[in-house]
Design a protein around this ligand. Structure first.
Ligand SMILES: Cc1cc2nc3c(=O)[nH]c(=O)nc-3n(C[C@H](O)[C@H](O)[C@H](O)COP(=O)(O)O)c2cc1C
Length: 186
């Protein structure tokens, strides 16, 4: 099978990681893949923040838990009380994908970059998982101090993130695909 099609089909979310950090060359390849994503009007409205510092990752989870605890959402409150909960599943690398809030379609641009990153990770033999909780942490102007600490540029907000590392679990089988998702009119 064509290698790209095989990578697309075999990629699975990985949520268990080895402690070992990934190589800088691997990180660079993954980030480059993100930069080559398509974007509305070629605005390239993303910005990537890579966190590879254990203390910063730990503080990130603590800030998320504090924010969840104050939310009116029971599921988030449950996560804030779960001592095992880590935003990035103990992955040694996290990539925050922030979008330019004034761009035409930062959500779509950042999603395209996220998928490129996941596929690059898969082809390099890395494990990765898309983490969608950024709006719960940074929505409504929350946690500006953390954004500053992470040097996220003014006018950008974290939209998605990726947990990245060497997988400590096998790729699962592909999820059952829902029926009736394609219609071809000739
Ligand atoms: C927008 C988006 C947000 C996601 N957020 C999370 C998340 O916060 N935590 C998580 O474990 N997986 C998250 N995922 C991964 C999905 O759960 C996963 O892709 C889906 O279950 C299919 O499994 P697969 O990736 O192994 O094919 C997210 C995926 C997308 C596209």
């Amino acid at each position: 099978m064509n290698e790209i099609l095989q990578v697309i089909k075999e990629r699975r979310s990985i949520r268990v990681f080895k402690d070992e950090q990934i190589k800088d060359e691997e990180l660079n390849e993954v980030l480059q893949a993100g930069l080559y994503a398509p974007s509305a009007m070629n605005q390239q409205s993303w910005h990537f923040t890579v966190i590879q510092n254990d203390t910063v990752l730990e503080n990130f989870t603590q800030t998320a838990k504090d924010t969840y605890a104050k939310s009116g959402n029971d599921q988030l409150k449950g996560m804030s009380n779960n001592y095992k909960y880590k935003v990035f599943y103990n992955a040694p690398t996290a990539i925050l994908i922030s979008g330019d809030i004034n761009a035409a379609n930062p959500q779509a641009d950042c999603a395209a970059a996220a998928e490129n990153i996941l596929l690059a990770a898969e082809t390099l033999g890395l494990g990765a998982c898309w983490i969608g909780s950024m709006p719960y942490i940074f929505g409504n102007g929350s946690n500006e101090a953390l954004k500053k600490e992470l040097e996220i540029p003014d006018g950008y907000n974290p939209i998605y993130s990726i947990a990245l590392g060497y997988a400590a679990s096998e790729n699962a089988h592909a999820p059952v695909l829902k029926a009736n998702k394609i219609n071809i009119i000739k």
